[in-house]
Design a protein around this ligand. Structure first.
Ligand code: FES
Length: 102
């Protein structure tokens, strides 16, 4: 199981566990406020936008070009922005912290 911690816009810290799918799916399945996943994970809505805690950015990795194009449309974009539907759950992500950007 991979543990992921979300920090919501209200500063609530919620840690959930999963072992497959994307981080967006994990968030939606656990009703993490602010991650809606409206497009179902096809990188076309940005309702799954998160800011990766800086110390975990290297393990999460940068956004793809298509993801970047989508992020550019979002006002709240930073160098730590990722669309969580584009991050598959994997063991190396165990323990990461993501701040909900929406
Ligand atoms: S769920 Fe739509 S871009 Fe991630």
């Amino acid at each position: 199981m991979v543990k992921i911690t979300f920090i919501t816009q209200e500063n609530e810290t919620i840690t959930v566990e999963g072992n497959s799918g994307s981080i967006m799916e994990l968030a939606v399945n656990n009703t993490i406020k602010g991650i809606d996943g409206d497009c179902g994970g096809v990188c076309s809505c940005a309702t799954c936008h998160v800011h990766v805690a800086p110390e975990y950015m290297e393990v999460v990795g940068p956004p793809s070009e298509i993801e970047n194009d989508m992020l550019e449309l979002d006002d709240n974009v930073t160098e730590y922005s990722r669309l969580s539907c584009q991050i598959p759950l994997k063991e190396t992500l165990d323990g990461i912290v993501l701040k909900v950007a929406n």
